[in-house]
Design a protein around this ligand. Structure first.
Ligand SMILES: [Zn+2]
Length: 126
């Protein structure tokens, strides 16, 4: 997985993209980078990283069953970075039998203890 392209779709090698974050060597400096790294964590089945990057107020109990989906690619539609709140709209594509479907979400991120964390989906673009 080392110098293959990162699953999040930036085109960078995994080691120089989300690999830095999933390994704990660095922490994403923007909500979009955090969102991309969380997608990669879903692809790679990294539950500890998903827990660590979820706001404690909204974090569900996560189990291995949450990782059954076969994700195929990520498409970031738009993002709006704020000082304490950021929003990212994306489509995460996954395999559904012989076809591909997308999870479409507008996600809210907040700065928590100086780190971006995922909070919850929003019903519309703010
Ligand atoms: Zn990446």
């Amino acid at each position: 997985m080392t110098d293959s392209p990162c699953p999040c779709g930036t085109g960078k090698p995994f080691d120089r993209c989300c690999g830095l974050y999933l390994s704990g060597k660095a922490y994403p400096q923007s909500a979009e980078a955090l969102m991309r790294s969380r997608y990669t964590a879903y692809v790679m089945g990294n539950l500890p990283y998903l827990r660590q990057t979820w706001h404690p107020d909204t974090r569900p109990e996560l189990s291995a069953e949450d990782l059954n989906t076969e994700w195929t690619r990520l498409e970031v539609v738009r993002s709006k970075q704020g000082l304490k709140r950021s929003v990212v709209e994306f489509r995460a594509w996954f395999r559904d039998g012989d076809s591909e479907r997308a999870l479409h979400e507008i996600s809210l991120f907040k700065l928590h203890k100086k780190r971006w964390v995922y909070v919850e989906p929003l019903s519309e673009w703010p």
